[in-house]
Design a protein around this ligand. Structure first.
Ligand code: UD1
Length: 430
């Protein structure tokens, strides 16, 4: 029964250090098995999804050595099983990155059909289209996807929809295909660039990552590298919005301000101060914020992974705000939970119409998914009274030491696992 218990009403104040980007790290861990030489990856976030990827590498015969909590030394030369299948890997969406990585290196991979957060239908048809264009045969049966090729040959691939996962997956396979691949309508997210940079540091020849046309000249072999993951823009954005919601003053350290521009722009628009330094950002909110409109879009647009946290801020802001979700159709499930805390939000199809309220009131709520879980925690931090957030399993998939980092900013939040601990927390904050 692990849950977070929060006594709201304290503005967040102070400094917080942002970890490595989970979604970049998941793909980069898969690239680490594309060479027989040793790869060292650092700035890995210590979260459940990363642990699952490392366990999966171990389960197919690779060697994983943790040099410290955030640094893994990986050697894939002893990999002897082309099927990545275990209970946890089934649940994480990024398991699909093993397909691109193993197809590139071994021309053969079997992986469970990906799981992940339940935020809408999450097909992988574009990944499959890309693998087939490179000459692979794809078979789906018994819940597994198997991809095989005698030879992988570069191709011209147009992705019908901008997809982070398909762009990265096809790029990984094409890095070791024969000849030239062009991916058009590619995703431009910072983690696409990070994966390309990591592969290039291993000897790949990838140009154009970060634009919508990526050109890849396949190479026969990749080699050892030491690579450091970029900071997590979504963890950073979550703390920026927690500062805004609680009317706090928080400086985020170890960030790339450019990656946060969509969030910064909206915070400025609704009345926050945002100060950008070289590798830090300070967010100050001293008064009630104003309404605005948000539309989620692929990078550099407003990220869908920040939509629930932004909705929590807007539901406390003056006036009527509109949030349009364009990436995943089922991403407003948390609104029912937020309503229990006093929010006034009407969802019609992929649009939320928000009438700002003065305050939330503490309630017992459940995280429906990773980012919505973080959003409910932000709501709890601002709420009158006590909030209990359960199903925190989702939150722990993507946020390292979330309650500890918030406590460091003055929040009253604790992870508890028994009624006794809940009573103790309530007594300590009363
Ligand atoms: C990744 C992130 C996720 C983020 C999302 C959008 C990881 C592990 N997850 O997910 O946190 O919310 O990007 O920034 O990095 N689509 C298809 N066919 C496909 C693939 C995708 O139709 O084969 C659609 C999806 O349903 C969605 C859109 O394309 O509507 C974008 O999805 P995509 O960018 O692929 O998201 P993921 O890679 O799954």
């Amino acid at each position: 029964m692990d849950e977070y218990i929060i006594k709201g009403g304290t503005p967040l104040v102070g400094d917080v250090t942002i970890g490595g980007a989970k979604n970049a790290a998941l793909a980069i861990l898969a690239t680490a098995i594309m060479t027989d030489e040793t790869v060292v990856i650092d700035n890995l976030p210590a979260v459940r999804d990363i642990k699952a990827m490392l366990d999966a590498i171990d389960s197919i015969g690779g060697h994983v050595d943790m040099l410290d909590d955030h640094t893994a030394k990986i050697n894939g030369s002893s990999i002897n099983d082309m099927c990545v299948d275990n209970e946890y890997i089934k649940k994480i969406r990024a398991s699909y990155y093993f397909i691109g990585a193993m197809l590139g290196k071994y021309k053969n991979a079997t992986v469970p059909l990906p799981g992940g957060c339940n935020i809408g239908s999450r097909p992988i048809d574009l990944h499959i289209k890309g693998f087939e264009a490179l000459g692979a045969e794809v078979d789906i049966s018994h819940g597994l996807i198997s991809v095989k090729a005698d030879r992988l040959v570069g191709a011209h691939i147009y992705l019908d929809k901008v997809s982070v996962g398909a762009t990265i997956n096809v790029m990984m396979a094409a890095a070791m295909a024969e000849g030239k691949t062009v991916i058009e309508n590619a995703a431009k997210e910072p983690h696409v660039v990070d994966v390309a940079n990591c592969l290039n540091s291993m000897g790949a020849n990838i140009r154009g990552a970060g634009t919508d046309v990526i050109r890849i000249n396949g190479v026969e072999k990749l080699h050892a590298t030491n690579y450091s993951i970029i900071p997590d823009q979504i963890e950073a954005g979550t703390f920026m919005l927690a500062a805004a919601a609680t009317r706090g003053d928080v400086t985020l350290k170890n960030v790339i301000p450019k990656h946060l521009e969509a969030i910064t722009a909206k915070l400025l628009e609704i009345g926050c101060e945002v100060h950008e330094m070289d590798d830090s950002v300070r967010v100050v909110a001293s008064k009630r914020l104003k309404h605005t409109q948000i539309t989620t879009l692929p990078y550099p647009g407003f990220p869908t992974d920040m939509q629930p946290q932004m909705t929590v801020v807007l539901a406390l802001s003056e006036g009527t705000s509109i949030v349009t979700e364009n990436i995943f159709e089922n991403r407003f499930k948390y609104v029912d939970e937020l309503t229990k805390m006093g929010a006034s939000i009407k969802v019609e199809s992929n649009i939320a119409i928000i009438s700002g309220v003065e305050r939330y009131t503490g309630a017992h709520v459940s995280s429906p998914d990773l980012r919505a879980g973080a959003a409910l925690v932000i709501a709890g931090l601002t709420a009158e009274g006590i909030t209990e957030v359960d199903d925190i399993y989702y939150i722990e998939r993507g946020y390292e030491n979330f309650p500890e980092k918030l406590t460091g900013l003055g929040a009253k939040i604790e992870k508890v696992s028994s009624d006794k601990e809940i009573t103790k927390f309530k007594l300590s904050v009363s």
